[in-house]
Design a protein around this ligand. Structure first.
Ligand SMILES: N[C@@H](CCC(=O)N[C@@H](CS)C(=O)NCC(=O)O)C(=O)O
Length: 212
């Protein structure tokens, strides 16, 4: 199997983080440079069907290009630690929080960054008003997460799940434009610090050069 990613980009980072939590190290990682259009070559487009990363290419040639579909597939192949739920009830609650995390927080944050960060002009026909509006929408939705995290250590309950990964990676992408969690959202801030301290937080991020 091969997974195609690009460092820093939030949707591939979901997959890299997910693989790191599970300790998956036998999937080949192919790094594409989006700024150089490496996801737009005829070869890649023929496999992916979309000029998007991440993509998982299976040994039988099947290509999967949605980050959550990739994570679900990997969950079936590498069941532990469980990140999508075991019982019907738990699975439904995790799905609910994953969808809220994606639709209410992560997508608006990503759209906000794409429309306001100068480097993203290579990928997006930027409209500042679209960016600002989406950043407001994503920030407002953090209140929903804050209420939830006031009563629960993790978004979907007593343990880390895919919902936390999707929400945190979306929020953390905001660092590109110096986004900060509002100070009155202390529960989100506490949870975000816990997420940032996990070793998996480094997966899918540009590697800093180490002094020799
Ligand atoms: N819904 C897709 C979204 C994938 C996506 O938007 N990927 C971005 C990087 S985060 C991308 O490949 N963008 C390429 C471009 O804008 O040209 C998923 O979750 O995998």
């Amino acid at each position: 199997m091969k997974v195609y990613i690009t460092p820093l980009a939030p949707n591939p980072r979901r997959v890299s983080w997910f693989m790191a939590e599970k300790g998956i190290d036998d999937v080949e990682v192919v790094t594409l440079n989006l700024m150089q259009g490496e996801h737009k070559t005829p070869e890649y487009l023929q496999k992916a069907g979309l000029a998007n990363v991440p993509m998982l290419e299976l040994d039988d040639g099947t290509c999967i290009t949605e980050s959550l579909a990739i994570c679900r597939y990997l969950e079936s192949r590498y069941p532990e630690p469980n990140l999508f739920g075991r019982t019907p009830e738990e699975t439904a609650v995790i799905e609910m929080w994953t969808r809220r995390a994606e639709m209410m927080v992560a997508t608006p944050m990503m759209v906000g960054v794409r429309h306001t960060h100068p480097a993203m002009a290579a990928l997006e026909q930027q409209q500042a008003a679209v960016g600002e509006y989406n950043l407001q929408v994503g920030t407002r939705a953090l209140k929903v997460l804050d209420r939830r995290l006031a009563e629960s250590p993790w978004l979907a309950g007593e343990r880390l799940t895919i919902a936390d990964i999707v929400a945190f990676v979306g929020i953390d992408f905001g660092r590109m434009i110096r986004f900060r969690v509002p100070e009155d959202l202390g529960h989100v801030a506490r949870w975000a610090e816990t997420m940032r301290a996990r070793p998996a937080a480094l997966a899918g991020m540009p590697q800093k050069a180490t002094a020799s």
